[in-house]
Write a new protein. Structure first.
Length: 297
């Protein structure tokens, strides 16, 4: 039996609506109808009855629900067990921003000590659609992003909040003074997640940036070169702040950015991937239900 038929049956049983099931399963309505008919022919029973425009599940259909759910559970358990015996011990991670690598690095160091034979493959994604496609196509086991994802096949959990700091070279303070609004500004290009966070503040203060870059690392370098004030994740400039190469303005709006983990809602995690995600959830610096979800698997 094709397990897709079982998944379709459960979707229709849950929604009692062919249209909603088609949207959930990403099939056309005729395809959903054909799959239900194929399942009915397989068992030789009627699973649903239509009265006017309303769909009703039959007693036979109700009886199948429990078995169908168990079939899918057993299938997922079999997949996970077989994956553990696979020679492929690579965890594939997509990063929607380079800054996420800094957040993930200390966790990866701990993970490598615990599971030194597991390979971590990280891909930096140029934009959000690439990241989402990687999740949906199983190119990534999970990904870390800033943006809020709205997709019925993707689960998302917040795991980290990063403070954004306003920084510049000390020589700029000597030149322009302590009032940050008198300084030239270096910003990310329109459309980036960080630009969205602080763009309203700059417009309110009528600030016109002197430079725009496409990534945070370029802004960090420009700030270190004394070209202007950069608004960057604290983790990215922590060393430069500690050694005095950059100074932080404190009389400024408090800004922050949230990182989250995304993955396919039907993804079956291997033990190494589950262990890495558990480390990430355990060290989350904001309240999240991520650890509870992992413990329920």
């Amino acid at each position: 039996m094709d397990l897709r038929l079982v998944k379709t049956f459960l979707s229709v049983a849950k929604t009692e609506n062919i249209t909603q099931a088609a949207e959930e399963m990403k099939f056309s309505q005729p395809a959903i109808t054909a799959q239900i008919k194929a399942l009915e022919e397989h068992f030789g029973v009627l699973l649903f009855e239509r009265v006017g425009k309303k769909l009703y599940i039959t007693e036979a259909g109700k009886g199948l629900i429990g078995y169908a759910e168990r079939l899918l559970i057993i299938h997922r358990e079999a997949q996970a067990t077989l994956q553990e015996h696979s020679y492929d011990k690579t965890i594939k991670i997509g990063l929607g921003t380079a800054v996420a690598a800094h957040t993930l690095s200390p966790i990866l160091q701990e993970f490598q000590k615990a599971m030194p034979n597991v390979v971590i493959s990280i891909e930096h994604c140029f934009n959000l659609p690439i990241t989402v496609k990687g999740i949906l196509d199983n190119g990534f086991d999970f990904a870390m992003v800033h943006d809020e994802i709205s997709h019925n096949r993707i689960l998302q959990f917040n795991v980290a909040v990063q403070k954004l700091v306003w920084v510049a070279r000390p020589c700029l303070v000597e030149k322009y003074g302590n009032d940050v609004w008198q300084h030239p500004f270096i910003v990310l290009k329109q459309g980036s997640i960080y630009r969205k966070i602080y763009d309203g503040v700059l417009r309110e203060k009528n600030i016109r940036p002197v430079l725009e870059y496409s990534d945070s690392e370029a802004i960090r370098q420009a700030a270190l070169n004394g070209l202007g004030v950069g608004i960057l994740p604290e983790i990215l400039v922590r060393d430069s702040l500690n050694d005095g190469m950059l100074i932080e303005f404190t009389q400024v709006p408090k800004l922050e950015s949230i990182f989250s983990v995304i993955f396919h809602k039907e993804k079956i995690f291997t033990k190494p991937t589950h262990a890495l995600l558990t480390m990430l959830a355990t060290r989350a610096n904001l309240k999240s239900s991520f650890l509870d979800y992992l413990q329920s698997l």
